[in-house]
Write a protein of this length. Structure first.
Length: 251
């Protein structure tokens, strides 16, 4: 059985990594290529980049970032934000990303999940779900829909998603722990991996999430000290979680 993964997440806007609380109050925290290099050396199993500006004029900027990151990384990375078509996915994957992450566009057109999976394989498609009060939110977590979280996760899996990236809006950026109840509900409902996101504030929080999910996203906890990722890994392993050895790839 695959070991759980530790995945730093970098929110990118206008070519810079930013961070906020519950998706607002964004502040600049660094250069994406520099941070990617730190995280890869520090033992990240994968990386996720989310283009939170995601406007049409940002497409060229993000493609450039993807290409630069691909040059320095030897671990898989996923890119999301602004992927609204198969052509958008192709642009990102051909620039060097291993996977694309779909969010609002998948809700608007669930067939997009299948179309990208048919072209590149399910392993190249991650469906990101921003969840709050039992329903899925769009537009960076700002707009609530009437779509229930767990049924949408199940549909996404059935349509060809390879993984679900589940973010608790309430917990995002607060460093008070993941929403383990929600994460378990989604994980129990589907047969594809679930990445827990939103709330990591300590090694104990991450270890708890990895008892429920297949992987955990970390952001604030490492962005302020990227070189501390290796120490975080050690703490998590000391809590009994068997992470992959650094450089183990997709074992």
């Amino acid at each position: 059985m695959p070991r759980p993964r530790l995945i730093p997440c970098l929110d990118v806007a206008h070519g810079r990594v930013v961070k906020g609380v519950s998706f607002v109050g964004l502040r600049d925290v660094g250069d994406p290529v520099e941070l990617a290099t730190f995280y890869s050396a520090g033992g990240a199993d994968e990386l996720v980049f989310l283009d939170i500006a995601a406007t049409p004029n940002e497409a060229a900027t993000m493609t450039s970032v993807v290409a630069q990151v691909a040059e320095v990384l030897s671990i898989p990375f996923t890119v999301g934000g602004g992927v609204r078509s198969v052509d958008d996915a192709s642009r990102i994957i051909e620039a060097g990303a291993d996977r694309v992450s779909l969010n609002s566009a998948a809700l608007a057109d669930p067939g997009l999940i299948t179309a990208i999976a048919d072209r590149y394989g399910s392993q190249a498609v991650v469906v990101a779900i921003d969840a709050g009060e039992g329903v899925v939110h769009t537009h960076g977590g700002r707009v609530a829909t009437e779509v229930a979280t767990v049924p949408w996760a199940r549909e996404a899996a059935e349509r060809g998603a390879g993984e679900i990236l589940l973010t608790s809006i309430r917990q995002d950026g607060r460093r008070t722990g993941f929403d383990l109840v929600l994460t378990r509900e989604v994980r129990d409902a589907i047969n594809i991996p679930v990445i827990a996101s939103g709330g990591a504030g300590s090694a104990a929080h991450v270890a708890a999430a990895l008892e429920v999910a297949d992987a955990a996203l970390v952001a604030s906890i490492v962005h302020e000290n990227p070189a501390g990722l290796s120490g975080l890994r050690r703490e998590i392993m000391n809590l009994g979680v068997a992470l992959r050895p650094i450089g183990a790839g997709n074992e």
